[in-house]
Each structure stands twice: as C-alpha cells, then as structure tokens.
Design a protein around this ligand. Structure first.
Ligand code: SAH
Length: 386
C-alpha cells in the first residue's frame, strides 16, 4: 500500500473531523493517483487511510482511522449501513438517495435509487477506479435491475477524470417512472439534471403543501416537483422554468397525474417576476428554488444580490397572509447569510414577515456535522403578515 505524508495542519484537520486534506498539506507522496493510501503524520505515525488524488486540490479524502488497512468488507459494510438507514426512514417514495458521499463515510460516491434502478456518480479518482467492485457490492446488497453511471458532472474534471455516462450493470431504460407521495414522475436518468430528479427537495415539497393555497407561483420549477405537489391544495399553479425541455416535462407529468390546474411557462424567472409585478399580479403562495447562484467563493457577492432580487420581487407579489417557500442550494452561502438577504428583501418590500419553518435538504442527504459545506440546501417557509 502506498503512503502520503501530511503536515501538522493537515493532521489537525483530520483530528477535527474534516475528511479532506488539501494538496498544500501534503509533504511527501509514495503512491499513484486513485490509490487507497496510508496517511502518515509529520512524526511518521499512521493517521489513518485515505483516498488519494494526484490531480484534485483535495489530495486526500479520509476513509478510516482504524489501525488495520480497509478492505472491501469495510466498503460493503458502509454501503449496507447507508442503504439500511434509508430503509429505516420509511420514505413514501420510490426514489431516494442511498449514498451521500462523505456524510455516509463513502467519500466521492453518490448513489441514487430510481425504482428498480440505481444511478451513481464516482467523483474521486479512487471511487472511479473501484467502480467494478462498487458495482458488484451494490448488486449483491440491492439486486437492482440496472446501474447507470452518470459520470458527467464537471467536478470530475478537477480529478482529471473524463465525463461519461455508461451502464455498469443490467439494463437501464431511457425513462423510469418513480413515485413521490401521490405524484408519479417520468425520469430520464441519462440526461436529467443531477441524476434525474431533485431528490433533496422531497420533504420540503411535502412541508410546503401544508401551507400552500389559492394562486401559486413555482419559480425554477424543473420537472414540476413543487408545482405538482401543491396543485391539489391550490386553485391554480403557474410554473416557470427557463428550459423548454423542463416545461415540456412539467406538462407531461401534470397530464400523467391527471392534474389540470398547472400552467407551465418557459421563461427567465428574473424577467417573469418583473413582468408579473408590472402587471400587478398577486399570488398566495410562491416557491423560489433557483440553481446554486454561488458555485464558488468568488461568486458569493453576485449570488447574494441575485437571491435578494428574487426574494424582494416575490415578497411584493405575495398577498398578505401568503407563504413564501424560499431556497438556496449554494453550499457557499450559509443559512445565516441567506436569512440576512431575505430580511433585507423584506425591509425593501415593506413586508412584515415571520419564519414558519427553517428547513434543509431531505434526510436521505445527511449533513456531516464537522463539514459545514455538506449543509448545502437551505429552505425557509415564510409568512407575509402585511
Ligand atoms: N424546484 C425544482 C428544482 C429546481 S432546479 C424541483 O423541485 O425539482 C433549478 C431550475 O432552475 C432548473 O430546472 C433550471 O432550468 C432553472 N433555471 C435556471 N436559471 C433560471 C432562470 N433564470 N429562470 C428560470 N429558470 C431557471
């Protein structure tokens, strides 16, 4: 087994529970990219075992701090525990995340379940190299009908890995039908965003349905997750997404579920909010679920002004007594920073606003306590008093 020697600062990070050690904290390497290596501290003592990348800024992802080197049975056990946890949640859905990387102690690996199929992503050199073993373990543990690797996210380029989509096991159809509560969705696992659906919003959609009423605006709708969940408790829903393909999906999903009060518009939300305000339109419930505006630290100031603008306009469009369900999935924007932006928007909108619920990503996307970045999805359910 190869080894990588780290600095005192790197060792400190490991001790503080952060699984990542940056390239700048590596002092010597006797290993190849993609190896599972022994991590050695500056005094020559073994600090544990990690996944090593020779390309990424994240050189090491800690895997185990035990004395003995990890073997396949540890991978098997972690996969088993991750799946067992999801089963224990008793989710009323046929799609969910089974493995959420670092937060399941399986760094650089994502596995989502869509009915009888699995869609996975290997986001580190080691998990990419281990795909044959990981596939065999998943087949043994879950017996899926097929496993698709959606290895096309851009972060793979940082690892020096190519972007490719391939079937690793069995067959995977172009369209998979899954159910979330009473709503059935058609999922395209080969081309859909992320692995097909935004599974992390499941519980927030259910929560939103507790308050939604009257006329609803679902902004950044994608395939209509919020729109379709809220339609049965609302008079009418306007769903807005910039992507024509997404809007087609919303219409098809509405038809599939016999929902007739959803109108889907292919529009830029920034323009549409301005236009709705100009026309004096009003809504009783508004959902804002934009893509991550801050993809890196440099983008934070611009992201905050984007969040401010859409929240300000939404609060103006909202009737008194109405609810705003507002989300940020930028891991670079903390919950506190997001709350500040919303407060500033409320002041500018001359609105009295209360926080009804503070929410986050679904329970199948756990947050690792020592890694604040894993708390990426923030969701406030707000009530406009006046
Ligand atoms: N609410 C969805 C997930 C939204 S993901 C759900 O519950 O499943 C973000 C969506 O915003 C994507 O579908 C993307 O196409 C859309 N989008 C990005 N920028 C946009 C813009 N300026 N105007 C409208 N839609 C936009």
């Amino acid at each position: 087994m190869g080894s990588v020697t780290i600095t005192k600062r790197g060792e400190q990070r490991v001790r503080n529970g952060h699984p990542w050690i940056y390239k700048s904290d590596v002092v010597a390497t006797d290993a190849a990219g993609g190896d599972l290596v022994a991590v050695v501290d500056p005094r020559g003592q073994r600090a544990g075992y990690a996944l090593y990348s020779d390309r990424s800024e994240i050189a090491l992802r800690m895997f185990s701090r035990a004395a003995a080197p990890p073997d396949l049975s540890l991978w098997r056990e972690r996969l088993r525990q991750a799946c067992a946890f999801r089963t224990s949640l008793g989710l009323d859905a046929t799609a969910c995340r089974l493995v959420h990387g670092e937060a399941d102690l399986l760094p650089g690996l994502v596995v989502d379940r869509y009915g009888d199929y699995l869609v996975l992503q290997a986001l580190a050199q080691t998990t990419d190299r281990m795909l044959p073993e990981i596939t065999a373990l998943l087949v043994e543990l879950i017996a899926p009908a097929g496993i698709l690797a959606r290895n096309d996210p851009r972060v793979r380029l940082l690892e020096g890995l190519e972007q490719r989509v391939e079937v690793l096991y069995g067959t995977v159809p172009e369209t998979i039908e899954v159910r979330e509560g009473p709503i059935v969705y058609a999922v395209d696992p080969y081309h859909g965003q992320k692995t097909g659906l935004f599974l992390d919003q499941r519980e927030n959609r259910i929560a939103a349905a507790r308050y939604a009423h009257g006329r609803v605006l679902d902004a950044f709708s994608y395939h209509g997750g919020f729109a379709l969940t809220l339609a049965p408790v609302s008079r009418e829903v306007v769903a807005v997404d910039i992507s024509e393909a997404a809007v087609e999906r919303i219409r098809a999903n509405a038809a599939r579920n016999g929902i007739t009060n959803v109108e889907a518009r292919a529009m830029n939300v920034f323009d549409e909010l301005r236009e709705l305000e100009r026309r004096g339109d009003r809504f009783d419930t508004i959902v804002l679920d934009p893509p991550a505006f801050a993809k890196n630290k440099a983008a934070i100031p611009k992201a905050l002004s984007g969040y401010k603008e859409i929240n300000l306009r939404a609060l103006k469009l909202l009737s008194p007594g109405g609810f705003l369900i507002t989300c940020s999935c930028s891991y670079n924007v903390s919950e506190a920073a997001f709350a500040e932006v919303i407060a500033a928007a409320a002041i500018d909108a001359h609105a009295d606003v209360t926080v009804v619920e503070k929410r986050m990503q679904g329970r199948d996307h756990p947050v690792l306590m020592t890694v604040p970045e894993t708390f990426y999805l923030k969701c406030f359910i707000l009530r406009k008093l006046s």
